[in-house]
Design a protein around this ligand. Structure first.
Ligand SMILES: Cc1cc2nc3c(=O)[nH]c(=O)nc-3n(C[C@H](O)[C@H](O)[C@H](O)COP(=O)(O)OP(=O)(O)OC[C@H]3O[C@@H](n4cnc5c(N)ncnc54)[C@H](O)[C@@H]3O)c2cc1C
Ligand code: SF4
Length: 510
């Protein structure tokens, strides 16, 4: 009466629900590196290395723990190139009575696995992913009957549910729910940023690097200087490194961007949380503990906890509540193709070049680079949501459909008509100048808007507002922007629209 337990590449957690009640001697765990999952998008080479190596280490760990594991290593000549084929073969070999798995993180695969019971001829039990703090049903119940879904209110529910940063009387620690207003400092070199956590590749990882170089040579990015953790022990060390060295300043400089520093005070934990090497609740608890013991201030700890307990859970809820229709949304009617420089970094716009180049080297860019640089540009330029979503899904080590799609389509592109965010994060070059030191080193002049050497973000910003007036003019949070636009002389407005028209017609040359 053996069960076949399928563990996916982002389910590398010993407490995975699929393992609940399983029998180490009878049941068989199946893990597989398959072509279809590795190639459905142009995954960054470092993301492939991270996942294949972490999967191999996890399988070894399970075996050491007494489990029987069938593990398929990637090879282009493998007879089974997708998960269904691997599972079908193992069901037959094992004469399995049923397949057990934990719900996956992508609609695409979820659709496939939901059909397996018919195609494999055995029952397929899909269990809830208990690593999330809110279940899909809990989010749906919260969202029901609400006209607008706002992260802040959901986040408060999650604070109450977990008790994180709550007083015994049920009040938020520090007297307020949200310390975001304290978290907007520019970083000018002080305090110095800590070195990022690094693990040198072991034999398994080196082998995987060679494999990725051989079989995925045309994928985006580089494997050079791979230093991610690939085991839960090392990911835990990365968490401790963050808490000791970066968390104290995480809040102050959360929105900062630097011309010289890739990582600033960010945690660089999303690749580990999203593939299961770290538990999100335990990560939040560790940060909260740092505040109780006086090692980090409240604005840093609350800001950090809000990202995980609030945003991460919120976007997941939005995704499952609205898929598959959500992926097709394009409420601003964008039609432009993604400029090629998103793949090369070959642009004179310093901020874009730096964000894309870091992405290519590291499979990482921090939140403000994703939101206010590469995202903001795509929003202002009217890039087709599908294309920019595909780019974000490919290029980051932490990218999975459930988290990438709402962030890009909803938060950045406002393509869902304001379902996820109350206003678009559109900004001119002035914002980037305020939060970074890029502009001083740029080919373009941030203080100019209509001249040939003017910062492209400036005219594109006004063009965006002007062309979407019908959608946004009545939004109370955008009234000031429209008043500023309307205040300008007609000749100035015409010159801005002309300059933006020229930029939009020549995006590839920027
Ligand atoms: C356009 C765009 C695309 C994004 N795509 C992804 C993605 O594919 N995968 C992903 O995990 N995050 C994504 N994010 C959210 C966020 O940018 C990353 O989680 C963060 O940059 C990861 O780096 P970090 O671990 O150093 O984060 P930190 O800045 O240290 O934040 C701490 C943690 O909070 C969580 N978090 C923060 N913001 C968000 C958010 N908006 N949504 C979900 N979780 C959040 C992450 O788990 C992160 O590790 C995206 C954001 C934007 C604007
Ligand atoms: S001037 Fe404009 S394009 Fe150049 S770095 Fe500043 S914001 Fe970016």
């Amino acid at each position: 009466m053996a069960n076949l337990i399928l563990i996916l590449g982002d389910q590398l957690s010993p407490n995975l629900s699929a393992l609940d009640g399983a029998d180490r001697h009878e049941d068989l765990i199946v893990m597989a590196e398959v072509h279809d999952e590795a190639s459905y998008t142009n995954h960054h080479k470092k993301k492939l290395v991270l996942l294949f190596s972490a999967m191999r280490h996890f399988a070894d760990h399970l075996r050491e723990d007494g489990w029987q594991v069938h593990y398929q290593h990637y090879h282009p000549g493998n007879p089974y190139q997708n998960l269904e084929a691997v599972v079908a073969d193992q069901v037959q070999q094992l004469n399995a009575t049923q397949v057990i798995t934990t719900e996956c993180g992508e609609w695409r695969l979820h659709e496939q696995i939901s059909q397996w019971h018919e195609r494999l001829g055995v029952p397929v039990e899909i269990r809830a992913d208990t690593r999330f703090i809110a279940s899909k049903q809990e989010f749906a119940d919260w969202a029901k009957d609400r006209k607008q879904l706002r992260m802040e209110f959901f986040y408060r529910e999650m604070r109450k549910k977990t008790g994180l940063l709550m007083t015994p009387e049920g009040e938020p620690e520090g007297g307020q729910w949200n310390f975001d207003a304290d978290n907007r400092k520019k970083w000018t070199g002080n305090p110095p940023v800590p070195a990022p956590f690094r693990i040198e590749p072991d034999g398994v990882t080196r082998h995987v690097i060679a494999l990725v170089e051989e079989h995925f040579a045309d994928h985006f990015g580089t494997t050079d200087d791979f230093h991610f953790a690939v085991t839960s022990t090392d990911a835990q060390a990365a968490l401790e490194h963050f808490i000791d060295f970066a968390l104290p300043c995480f809040g102050d400089f959360q929105d900062a961007i630097s011309d010289t520093e890739d990582w600033l005070f960010h945690s660089i934990l999303s690749p580990y949380i999203n593939c299961g090497l770290l538990d999100p609740l335990a990560v939040c608890e560790a940060a909260v503990q740092a505040w109780y013991s006086g090692r980090a201030p409240i604005n840093a700890v609350e800001g950090f906890v809000r990202q995980i307990l609030g945003w991460r859970e919120f976007v997941r809820g939005i995704y499952w509540l609205n898929m598959p229709a959500y992926a097709q949304e394009n409420r601003l009617g964008n039609t432009r193709a993604l400029p090629w420089f998103y793949w090369t970094g070959d642009t004179k716009m310093r901020c874009m070049h730096k964000a894309i180049d870091a992405t290519r080297r590291n499979a990482y860019a921090h939140h403000i680079q994703r939101l206010m640089v590469t995202g903001n540009f795509a929003l202002l330029a009217g890039i087709r949501p599908e294309e920019i979503c595909d780019w974000y899904l490919a290029v980051y080590a932490d990218a999975y459909d459930w988290v990438e799609l709402p962030n890009v389509l909803g938060m950045v592109m406002h393509a869902d008509g304001g379902y996820l965010g109350s206003k678009p994060y559109a900004a001119s070059g002035k914002y980037i100048q305020r939060m970074s030191d890029h502009c001083a080193n740029c080919h373009y002049q941030v203080n100019k808007a209509t001249e040939d050497d003017a910062c492209p973000f400036n005219a594109l910003y006004w063009h965006f507002l002007d062309r979407h007036r019908d959608s946004f003019a009545s939004n109370p949070r955008m009234g000031m922007m429209y008043r500023n636009w309307d205040k300008q002389k007609p000749e100035r407005r015409e010159a801005l629209i002309r300059r933006a028209g020229h930029l939009l017609a020549n995006l590839e040359q920027l």
